[in-house]
Each structure stands twice: as C-alpha cells, then as structure tokens.
Design a protein around this ligand. Sequence first.
Ligand SMILES: [Zn+2]
Length: 81
Amino acid sequence: MRLGQKNLEKNSPNKPNGTKANALLCPACCVEYVEVEFDMEVGSVVLHNVKALRCPECSEELFTPQQYETIRKRISGLTEP
Ligand SMILES: [Zn+2]
C-alpha cells in the first residue's frame, strides 16, 4: 500500500468527489502539508491524537477548518459537564 497514491488522483477532473485530500501547500516551501497527530495541551487538559497539518520542510503547523472544529468540540465536551 502506497501512501502517495491518493494524492496522484487529486488533479483528475473526472473525479468530482476526489477532493478529500485537499492538499494544502506551505506558502514558504511550496510543499504539501502532511497530516500529523499529536497531544495538545489546552489549559489544564490534554487532547490526545489531535490531527493537524505540518509542513515537512519548515515544521509549520496549521489546522484545517474541520480539524479546528473537531478540536473545539472536544474541548467543549471536556469543559462542559
Ligand atoms: Zn514550509
């Protein structure tokens, strides 16, 4: 199983639903961000396996709106009884 295979299809105009891998490019390095998982400390709690995108070149990290929303929900689930 090759991980890069999915990315090869993203430019295909015949696949309207093939936009799952909405590859983002680091503006500084012009390379694709890769998805990473890590533990994120938020105040007094720690969220495990938080997903984010990281540039393999400069290690810049960002969240997609979906990832950010997931984190927001997890935080509110932790802080609200
Ligand atoms: Zn970069």
